[in-house]
Design a binder for this molecule. Structure first.
Ligand code: PGA
Length: 266
């Protein structure tokens, strides 16, 4: 197998935060500070109402636009929902699917998430599929079974041709928005190894080797290097810390530093 260095993938999930003015200021701060961001793919995912506004501000920059969710139909009578076609129309390249807040607070099932994954990929969006166990599941040794289920059900029917447009975010539910209780880099590395093995059982070793897996759960500028220096931790999905331009930029810089270190000949 040839050595394949995966770009670092840094995604800001703004969740249900910011006003239009704040979204504009935040996007401006990121665009002004980012530069070329070599070897890092940087993405911001604002709330739906600000996608057009933020998308306009990102034009010509190295930051891509993503959405936090979508409905798995291209159009139709689905009051209040947003289609992949609309997201593409607004300039989105990415969509986050299966976030734990949607699984646990809005009751999304693996089957529904799978419909979204397939519809998004068929429509031409790049999918960030979130998986992760609760504390109870971890403590009762169900983590591996749970990740296997979320992966298998979430990716059912996905073709190998779509895989360049898919990444996985490992987000242990107990570590999200919880600075006191974030996962250790070792826990993240171990879970990523589990996911990569499970992925290889579905799609084969070469595809698993190519797969980008990012960690999410209370990543901040100060702990980014500790996560991203771990083997198999290819990026970060960031909530709270992505709402401050300086902090988000520092996370991106840490990503650039780590990939450049990895690319150095030994
Ligand atoms: P957090 O959120 O960085 O605030 O923990 C991460 C996420 O939910 O994607």
């Amino acid at each position: 197998m040839t050595t394949h260095i995966r770009q670092r993938f840094i995604v800001g999930n703004w969740k249900m935060h910011t006003t239009a003015f704040e979204a504009q200021q935040l996007a401006k701060g990121i665009v002004d500070g980012i530069g070329t961001a070599d070897h890092v793919t940087a993405v911001v995912c604002p709330p739906f109402p600000y996608l057009a506004l933020v998308g306009d501000m990102l034009k010509g920059s190295s930051v891509a636009l993503g959405a936090q969710n979508m409905y798995p139909e291209t159009e139709g009578a689905f009051t209040g929902e947003v289609s992949p076609t609309m997201l593409l129309d607004l300039g989105c390249k990415y969509v986050i699917l299966g976030h734990s807040e949607r699984r646990h607070k809005l009751g999304e099932s693996d089957g529904f998430i799978n419909q979204k994954v397939r519809c998004a990929l068929d429509s031409g969006l790049d999918v960030i599929l979130c998986v992760g166990e609760t504390l109870e599941q971890r403590e009762s040794n169900q983590m591996e079974t749970l990740l296997d289920r979320q992966l298998k059900l979430g990716l059912a029917g996905v073709s190998s041709e779509s895989l360049p447009h898919l990444s996985i975010a490992y987000e242990p539910v107990w570590a999200i928005g919880n600075a006191e209780h974030h996962a250790t880099p070792q826990q993240a590395q171990d879970a990523h190894a589990v996911l990569r093995r499970q992925f290889s059982q579905i799609f084969g070793e070469t595809e698993a080797h190519r797969l980008t897996i990012q960690y999410g759960g209370s990543v901040v500028a100060d702990n980014t290097a500790a996560f991203l220096s771990r083997h198999g931790v290819d990026g970060a999905l960031i909530g709270g810390a992505s709402l401050k331009a300086d902090e988000f930029l520092a996370i991106i810089r840490a990503g650039i530093f780590e990939i450049e270190a990895e690319m150095q000949p030994v």
